[in-house]
Structures are given as C-alpha cells and as structure tokens.
Design a protein around this ligand. Structure first.
Ligand code: GLC
Length: 609
C-alpha cells in the first residue's frame, strides 16, 4: 500500500505539468490517458529491488555527481564477447576504479546496416550474439550488487528500416507511414534540404532516401537505413516511452538519449534543437521521476556550449541530468596541437561559471569522431581561421603535419565545406603508436607522459570522467576494420577495436607501456576518489600562469586547495601559480613551492596546498 502511494505521490507532483505539455504537443487526452495507465503498469511491474533503489536514490539525489563516479564505455562484443562475458569481467572494471559502465548499443540490428548498433530493428530484443534480455537483467542485477551503475543508449530519433514499423510503412500501411516522414512528392524533401545540414555528408549524403518499391521518399538524417521517427505522432512518443520504461525496469541506471537535438523536425528550420525537443525531454524526465526515479538521463548533444546547456532545462524544470562536455573535449586536442591553452582556459571558465547543478560528462574521446566544434570567433582573434585551422588540426592528428607524432584517420571529409572530423584512440593521438613502431624509448615515454597529462586534466574537471575501454592500457588504433566490408566505409571503427586482453595482462608490469598508463591512471583515480578537494561541490576555477601553453586549475573545498598544472607545450617550463604558498606534490609526496612550479613538456603536476 505504501509503495502504491509513492507512485501516486510522484504522479501527483508532475501530473499537471506533464498533462499540460502533452496536450500542448498532441492535444490528445485519450493518448495521455493511455500513457498514464501504462506508466502505472510499468511501475507495478518494477521489481521490489529496483523500487528500493528508487527510494535510495530519491533520498540522495546527487548520487550521480559523487567523486567516486567513474565511467567506462565499451562495446560488449569487443570487451567480453557477450553480456555474460561482461559479467565475468566486472572485477576488472572495478580494478579500473570504474563504477559506471556504458554498454554501447546491444539491441537487435541488421548486419551490415547497423551504424555501430544505432539502427535498432527491435527495441525488445538483444542482438543474438550478445545474449538475451534475461542476460541483461542479470548483468544489471550483478552490477547493482557490486555498487555499479549501468548506462545504455536509447536511440529514439530513428529506427532501422528493418524495424517492424518501418517494414509496415514500406508496405504502404498508412498508420505506420505516419510514424516516419514519408513523401511521394520530391518537393517537400527538397524544401527540407534547403535548411537542414548534413550529418554524414560523405558516407550518407542528404537527409532523405528514395524508396523505389514504396514510391516514397523517407527522411533519413543519418544513414539511409536509419529512418527518422515522427514525434508529431503521439503513438510514436508513447511507444518510445514504453521502451524507455522497459529498460528502466531491466535495471538501467542511466539512459543516454542518442542524438537528442534531432528528435523534432519542422520544415524551414535546421531541424535541430527545436523547442519541441525540450518539451519531449522534459516529459521524459517527469515520466522517469514518476515511474523509475533511480533512472537518470544523459543527453547526447554534440553542439556548441550555447546549444548544449539548455538541455539541462532549468533548476525548477530540469531536463537531462547529465550532458557531454563536448566542446572541452575538442578544445583539449586543439590546445595540444597549437601548444596554447587560451581557448581551453576560456572554455573551462565558461563551464565553471554554470550552476553547480549542471553535471558534465568529461571525456577525451568516445566511439564517435572528434568534430572540431571550437569557438572560432575567439580563435579568429588569435589569427586562426575556421577552414584553415580545421585543416591544420586534421593534418596534425593524421600525422601529416611535420613533427606530429599522432596517428589516425579523417571522417566524413566533406569536399564542399572542407569540414572533416577525426578518428583515433587517445594513445595513438598522443604518439604511442608511432613511438612503439619506432621502438624509441624516449618517444614512448613522451607519449605515455602526454596521455597521462590529458587524463589528469580530464579527471580534475568538475563532473564525471568517462574513459573509453582500452584507453586505460593505451590501446592503439585498430586498422582491421578496413578489411571488413560492413565497416570499411566508416573510419570510426579505427578507435572501436576489440579489447586486447593479452596487453591488459601487462597492466601490473610497471615497465610496459600498458602498465605505466594503467598504474599512472590508477594513482590519479585513487586520489580523485579519496581527497576532499575532489568533492563534487568543490569550487573549480583557473588562475593565470603567465604562460600561454600552461593551464592551472584550482579545486578548493573547505579551505583545502589543489593546483593542477598542465603543460600543453612540448617544452619544460616553470610557472608561478600562487604567491607564497608551499604545498605537497600529490603524486610524489615531495614538497612543492607554488610560487614557481616546474612542469615538464607535456607533463602535469597535482599539488595540494
Ligand atoms: C549518435 C551516436 C553515433 C550514431 C548517431 C546516429 O550520434 O553517437 O554513433 O552514428 O547517433 O544514431
């Protein structure tokens, strides 16, 4: 009885706003009634263990901001074969200090038309080679027992063309055609193309696909086999919410809303970040809070900061719990290539000035390409022009630029806009691949030092660090995708290689590159988990160093401070950080004078004072 009340109380809290927004978008009270009925059904079907978890997390709403939060994203097959395999590797993940695993898409797809799992053909079925829905529930249960959280992708913008709805739409069933964007007449697709930018200009040009058998065009923002769902249709919204709740009931702690800015389309607009997207995300947030408050939302908004921040909603009407710190990620790599941290400092100051409620996910790279979404207005004041600078960054990271040690490949090199993006693993971008090939000890050390410096920077930022599986042992680019006909067109596979368990065995060997990276990271993670200065509500700000290539970040909590000093140049230097302060190096334990801090080229210091 008491539990039932809980649902009712939660519903009561949000009902009016939810109804208001729903009616604003759909003006359909029957469908709203259905939604509420289904919400109650999902609540009733939710296990008592998860309901317990709901109460715990409701009582501690900042649980996902805690300083021990540490994420790792992984493809299940690459990492451990299948879901049961992942379960067997949980101890390894814990050894990596990871308490949150992002399972990359695992739902059913069509081989050769999967976009790395982002073209779902059945939202209730796990890809056969990875396991079953039962395995998934088993894994989340095991993770929860071990104090770990699980995150999954919820690809709500589109389905695969092999999804049942798409098949029926293709066969001409009007009910299903209305769940997508179908046009017999080319004039509407043409009108859209005038205002909608392209996501994959080279690998999948245009935003529509002609279906000769159906005699219609269908909207396909991403690949031609990924059909955009039409959220104007309340049936689409309701059904996708039921899918969301289905996964929440399997124990998902974090739902990553894939490609969220794209989910509402309007002719004559860029079809990105439209106000209705925010209505949908806000409704989703409330639905989650009513049925499964233990489950939180991570929005995938790969846009400039001004477009990212609105996805947090407002403090009174929040939308996503967490968002990616995407501009910082791209700016880190820019800073390294130009050996100048001015823009990174500006970026960090912008993020630090945001309300503390806003939680960012910090990362160095993910399963996608790195797009050079930098603040070009600012860079212009430094004499860097957009097209030329992007070309430089791509030359630099592909290793074509003289002196660059980085390796990787371009992605969607658009001859029209010259807007290529970049793919590579963190270690290959840091030069480990070239250094190992040359068997040059000095260069190997430099690459490892740089890799650790960047991770130390990732860890000092406010928010949650998310490491890509394999980066903890410095995994290199994997070129084998080029021999796979299903993958060879998509260079993102270069940094999605299978996890090298043989190399991981060397993680305890302090002289191997794997061991040096693994242990170096481990040391940083231990400090981050334990030291008061890493509390989630610590103040974080920058101080000037007088050196354009060296950035200093201060974290401060209850009078305890630390300085993180990061040298983005290849030259050793000394910089003043804090007048008349003596501190202690957090890694070596040695004394450190903050009025003059020496930092090796591409090195860093963590000093507490
Ligand atoms: C997201 C994913 C990306 C995928 C796209 C389409 O951006 O991160 O991998 O290609 O959505 O679903």
């Amino acid at each position: 009885m008491a539990k039932m009340m809980t649902f009712e109380e939660r519903l009561k809290k949000h009902h009016d706003e939810l109804r208001w927004l729903y009616m604003e978008l759909y003006d359909n009270s029957d469908m709203f009634y259905e939604l509420c009925t289904q919400m109650e059904r999902f609540y009733q079907e939710r296990s008592s263990a998860l309901k317990e978890r709901d109460l715990e997390k409701e009582a501690d709403p900042a649980w996902f901001k805690k300083q021990d939060m540490m994420g790792m994203m992984l493809y299940i097959d690459n990492f451990a074969g299948n879901l049961r395999g992942v379960e067997r590797k949980l101890n390894y993940l814990q050894e990596c200090s990871v308490n949150t695993i992002h399972l990359m898409p695992f739902l059913d797809v069509t081989k050769g038309k999967s976009d790395g799992g982002y073209a779902v053909s059945d939202f209730r079925k796990v890809r056969e080679d990875l396991g079953t829905i039962e395995d998934l529930a088993h894994l989340t249960g095991k993770c929860h027992e071990k104090g770990m959280n699980v995150c999954m992708d919820f690809v709500m913008n589109h389905t695969s063309e092999d999804h049942e709805w798409a098949k029926r739409a293709r066969a001409g069933e009007g009910e299903y055609m209305s769940r997508y964007f179908f046009y017999a007449d080319p004039s509407i697709p043409q009108a859209y193309e005038r205002t909608v930018p392209q996501v994959f200009p080279t690998t999948a040009p245009g935003n529509f696909t002609w279906l000769p058998d159906a005699g219609h065009y269908v909207m396909t923002t991403f690949y031609p086999y990924q059909w955009d769902l039409n959220y104007r249709n309340p049936r689409v919204f309701n059904e996708m919410m039921y899918n969301f709740l289905f996964f929440a009931n399997l124990g998902m702690d974090i739902i990553r809303i894939d490609a969220v800015p794209y989910i509402w389309k309007e002719l004559g607009t860029p079809c990105r970040n439209l106000p209705q997207v925010h209505t949908i995300v806000r409704m989703m947030r409330m639905i989650g809070e009513i049925v499964c408050p233990a489950t939180i939302l991570l929005g995938e908004v790969v846009m400039e900061p001004a477009k990212v921040v609105p996805y947090f909603g407002t403090v009174e009407k929040p939308e996503c719990h967490m968002l990616y710190n995407v501009t910082t990620m791209a700016t880190i790599w820019h800073s390294l290539a130009v050996q100048d941290t001015e823009l990174l400092k500006k970026q960090l100051d912008t993020v630090c000035a945001l309300p503390k409620e806003y939680t960012f996910l910090n990362y160095l790279r993910c399963h996608d390409d790195i797009g050079w979404g930098l603040d070009f207005a600012f860079l212009q004041t430094q004499g860097m022009e957009e097209v030329a600078h992007k070309r430089f960054l791509n030359d630099y990271y592909t290793g074509r630029f003289p002196g660059s040690e980085s390796r990787g490949q371009l992605y969607n090199d658009d001859p029209v806009t010259q807007d290529a993006r970049f793919c590579g693993t963190a270690a290959s971008m840091c030069g480990l691949e070239t250094a190992l090939a040359a068997q040059d000890k000095e260069r190997i050390s430099q690459a490892i030092g740089l890799d650790l410096m960047l991770h130390a920077y990732m860890l000092i930022q406010s928010g949650i660090p998310m490491i890509y599986s394999g980066d903890e042992i410095g995994q290199l680019n994997d070129y084998s995708y080029q021999d796979d006909p299903d993958k060879c067109q998509d260079s993102r596979y270069i940094h999605r290689g299978a996890f090298q368990w043989e190399l991981a065995k060397k993680r305890k060997n302090k002289t191997s590159p794997q061991g040096r990276i693994f242990q170096g990271l481990d040391r940083l993670e231990q400090i981050r988990k334990q030291d008061l200065v890493f509390a989630e509500d610590a103040a974080v700000y920058t101080v000037p160093t007088g050196h354009h290539g060296i950035l200093c970040v201060i974290r401060e909590k209850d009078g305890r401070r630390m300085a993180g000093v990061f040298n983005f140049t290849s030259h050793d230097a000394s910089v003043p950080v804090w007048q008349d302060a003596q501190g202690q190096d957090m890694l070596t334990g040695g004394a450190a004078d903050l009025s003059e801090v020496p930092v090796a080229g591409h090195g860093f210091r963590w000093i507490v004072f």
